[in-house]
Design a protein around this ligand. Structure first.
Ligand code: NAD
Length: 454
């Protein structure tokens, strides 16, 4: 059987290897999911809710094990990894409330009664990237299962371990065989089969805009439903009237969390010109204060990049002669380390200004006024996230309304709360995950008219 190695990014040691499934094995799993669908959709809403709650409870019991697995597989800091495992539990608990509440409408019409039903789609294929293996998986399978679908899920090649464990825990919780399967393997084989297989009713993809574009085109061939959560180049807009000390202290965590491998990373800091020099004075100690090192340590704030390949990509954004304003430190020796790096002043058109870096590198640029801030923030094909720092709440709200992005926060860098919708404008994606509406993207509305005429 073909396999691939899983490597610890902090030590470069091979942890284990996992199967790389063939097309035939993928088809067999899709067939099992298809066969499991009629009985799963027929499980009474209260029973489906109970199973999802039990799944959440079992994830909670294994929270530390899952977190340690993610530290070893993805190099996430232990504190982040615990939050991520907890997020899977919370998302399952949240959507466990859904089967009993996913109500339709009764609409007044002449001559009878009209009712709508939310019908599950069938088999849903979920394709997950390597940067947040647990939460992104959970945002897909939680609402998909709650809505009555069966799920085949493909983790990224290099970070499969927590997803595989979640698949085992689902069975332990009593989720029937075939309802939730984790398939390890290549994107071009397993992932692409979700796109081409006629029994997969929907593809839920999170990853690069480049692959997402191909997935959307492939799904179009069968008019297959698709949700895309793609890249970002988000802005952190700091007005001169903000609490500059707080804005500078928090700015590193808005971009360097998960070593910058975050689709919501605020990788462009835009600062009102009159406050630019003061902000940079405050930012330098904040960046140098980020604790980088052994991800198993409770005090570590930033670990390594996920792979040697990703370190090469990030390095290409900081070539010799790059305008480095200041840089933090990172361990030498084994591990895919890269220091927190601040670039300024940067020329417009610099790759670091325009492209998603997905590493701990940020550019800082001045703006003139509110209109200029909005223009610069929107000067990107992406539109996922962003932050606005100001004491003037009217201005902050106007700016938030002016920025074309799906998830904005004021005086905070929070992007993801499972109670609220998450997703992108422009080339950052299509559709929304999380929040009360996610169920609607895993079901179709059926309209039934019943005549009451004699
Ligand atoms: P990627 O697009 O290379 O891979 C993502 C997933 O798609 C992996 O599981 C991969 O195996 C699979 N895949 C690759 N080629 C495929 C194909 N032809 N058919 C089907 N599946 C295929 O992305 P990545 O490098 O793993 O992740 C980083 C990217 O993900 C970044 O661009 C980041 O911004 C984005 N991302 C977006 C969000 C969001 O919610 N918007 C969240 C996290 C990551």
């Amino acid at each position: 059987m073909s396999t691939f190695d899983v490597i610890n990014p902090a030590t470069e040691e091979v942890i284990t290897s996992v199967p790389s499934l063939s097309l035939e094995e993928t088809d067999a799993a899709i067939a099992r999911a298809h066969a499991a669908f009629p009985s799963w959709r027929a499980v009474a809403p209260g029973d489906r809710a109970r199973l999802l709650r039990r799944f959440a409870a079992i994830v909670d019991e294994h929270l530390e094990e899952l977190a340690q697995l993610e530290v070893a597989n993805a190099g996430h800091t232990i504190s982040n990894a615990r939050w991520e495992a907890g997020n899977v539990r919370d998302v399952l608990d949240y959507y466990a409330g859904a089967p009993e509440r996913h109500t339709g409408l009764q609409i007044p019409v002449p001559g009878g009664i009209n009712a709508t039903f939310h019908e599950p789609l069938g088999v849903v294929g979920i394709i997950v990237p390597w940067n947040f293996p647990m939460p992104i998986a959970g945002w897909g399978f939680g609402p998909a299962l709650a809505a009555g679908n069966t799920v085949v899920l493909k983790p990224a090649e290099i970070t499969p371990l927590t997803a595989v464990r979640l698949g085992e825990l689902a069975l332990e919780a009593g989720i029937p065989e075939g309802v939730f399967q984790v398939l390890t393997g290549k994107g071009s084989v397993v992932g692409w089969r979700f796109v081409t297989h006629p029994s997969v009713a929907k593809v839920c993809f999170t990853g690069s805009t480049e692959v997402g574009t191909r997935i959307m085109a492939g799904c179009a061939e069968q008019v297959k439903k698709v949700t895309l959560e793609l890249g970002g180049k988000s802005a952190n807009v700091v007005f001169a009237d903000a609490d500059l000390e707080l804005a500078a202290a928090r700015a590193p965590y808005g971009v360097f969390d998960n070593a910058g491998q975050d689709c919501c990373a605020r990788s462009r800091i835009l600062v009102e010109a009159s406050a630019f020099d003061r902000f940079m004075e405050l930012l330098e100690p904040a960046v140098k204060g980020v604790v980088v090192g052994d991800p198993t340590s409770e005090v570590t704030e930033m670990g390594p990049l996920v792979s040697a390949a990703q370190r090469e990509v990030v390095t290409s954004f900081v070539p010799d002669g790059a305008p480095i304003a200041f840089q933090g430190e990172c361990p030498q020796g084994p591990g895919f380390w890269f220091p927190a790096t601040v670039l300024a002043p940067v020329a417009p058109g610099d790759r670091a200004v325009e492209e998603e870096i997905f590493g701990p590198v940020v550019v800082v640029m001045p703006f003139r006024d509110e209109a200029d801030a909005i223009r610069l923030a929107n000067d990107t094909p992406y539109g996922l996230s962003g932050s606005i720092w100001s004491r003037d709440i009217g201005r902050a709200l106007r700016t938030a309304r002016g920025i074309d992005a799906g998830n904005l926060s004021v005086n905070s860098h929070s992007s993801v709360r499972y109670w609220t919708p998450f997703g992108g404008f422009k080339q950052s994606g299509i559709g929304r995950e999380l929040g009360p509406d996610a169920l609607n993207s895993f079901s179709d509305v059926k309209n039934v008219f019943i005549s009451t005429e004699d």
